[in-house]
Design a protein around this ligand. Structure first.
Ligand code: SF4
Length: 373
């Protein structure tokens, strides 16, 4: 079976030639749309967890590899979306600065610390502070928030996801106690990047930020949108090559979902299948990477996150933001989990993880093999 040979090669050599990647994705997409009679069940407790025999080979290998590194553990990250103000105008994003319909909010330091306290009591040992590029949170304020969390919760990891900054700013956050940083490049191709972003943002600066973060000792997450407007297979292969060369500790991969107040409102969303294929390929290519089954995946399919775990993902990021602001942090339409209290999110997530055959691990959940300096 050709899929077996390609999967084995990817697992052993951690890369394929462009022609082999093209062949792999062609086989997977043909299998994914093939006759139902061929379908293989990959999880007894989830009726929707069926796929083509070709996909079953790839997903099976991805699960084996994730289990070699992480066993059955799934790490939880408590996501605190602390501001939806942003100075940027990315064409796909619901909180872009030119969206006059977005109801803006900011959380105070006290509100952020309340979210952490609630999360800590629920067992979270990583807090992710995420926001638009909101200049009202100066470096001084960010450092104050980070160092307060660091001193209150020395056993927790602190992740920042607040966009492009100078090396000096990244260093200041690191010195204040931040451990990890998420900055998806969204696409590695300069032309495609130009299409998705406003003039003032460049892929060169995005990559400079990622390189600085890694150099400063952060665990760094990059990532892409699957099925974004004008994305081609060669863009995706270029993304895979960038990730392989860069060596991230985390990779965020979720489907593009249009937002009604953006120029991409009428574009088609990315698909579940394409996202799952890519998750599995990334697991084989970067075996120890932290790989979230994203909320966007759960938004396009009722058990999307469970299917993500079955394709090699090992992280879930439940929302710890106050319920009254969750519905305002809408990067895309239809986002799930905007109404549930953190406690019910946590137990919902435990059930979902268990049904997929895994278990929630209430630990920091660092990248396998990462040794902080
Ligand atoms: S994607 Fe990020 S940087 Fe771009 S507009 Fe949205 S929040 Fe701002």
């Amino acid at each position: 079976m050709r899929i077996q040979a390609l999967t084995d090669k990817l697992r052993e050599e951690r890369t394929l030639s462009d022609a082999e990647f093209e062949e792999l994705f062609a086989i997977l997409s043909q299998g994914a749309s093939g006759p139902c009679a061929d379908q293989v069940r990959i999880c007894n407790d989830i009726p929707q967890a069926v796929c083509s025999p070709e996909e079953a080979v790839l997903y099976g290998a991805a699960r084996q590899v994730r289990e070699e590194y992480y066993g059955k553990d799934v790490y939880l990250r408590g996501l605190i979306e602390f501001t939806n103000y942003c100075r940027n105008d990315c064409r796909y994003c619901g909180i872009r600065r030119s969206n006059r319909n977005a109801e803006r909010y900011r959380l105070s330091k006290e509100q952020i610390l309340d979210c952490c306290a609630q999360g800590y009591a629920l067992g979270f040992r990583t807090f992710v502070l995420q926001g638009g590029e909101d200049l009202s949170y100066t470096d001084e304020k960010i450092c104050d928030i980070v160092s307060s969390i660091r001193s209150l919760y020395p056993d927790c990891a602190i992740t920042l996801s607040i966009g492009e900054k100078t090396r000096e700013s990244y260093k200041a956050y690191k010195d204040a106690g931040a451990d990890r940083y998420l900055l998806r490049q969204e696409t590695s191709s300069p032309a495609h990047y130009r299409y998705l972003h406003p003039e003032e943002l460049t892929i060169e600066n995005r990559k400079r930020c990622l390189a600085d973060l890694k150099d400063l000792g952060y665990q760094v997450g990059c990532g892409i949108m699957v099925g974004s407007p004008e994305q081609t297979l060669s863009n995706v292969i270029e993304d895979l090559r960038y990730m392989r060369d860069f060596g991230p500790h985390m990779v965020g991969v979720g489907p593009f979902i249009p937002h009604r107040d953006t120029p991409f409102r009428d574009e088609k969303p990315g698909t579940l299948k394409d996202t799952l294929h890519l998750l599995a390929v990334i697991r084989l290519m970067l075996p120890g990477v932290l790989l979230p089954a994203t909320t966007a995946l759960g938004t396009i399919h009722p058990v999307g996150r469970e299917l993500g775990l079955l394709a090699g993902a090992n992280v879930i990021m439940p929302n710890l933001s106050p319920v009254n602001v969750r519905g305002k942090y809408l990067l895309y339409d239809g986002k799930i989990c905007t109404g549930d209290e953190a406690a019910s999110c946590r137990s919902c997530m435990d059930r979902r993880i268990e049904r997929a055959g895994y278990r929630t691990a209430l630990v920091r959940g660092d990248c396998a093999g990462f040794a902080a300096e």
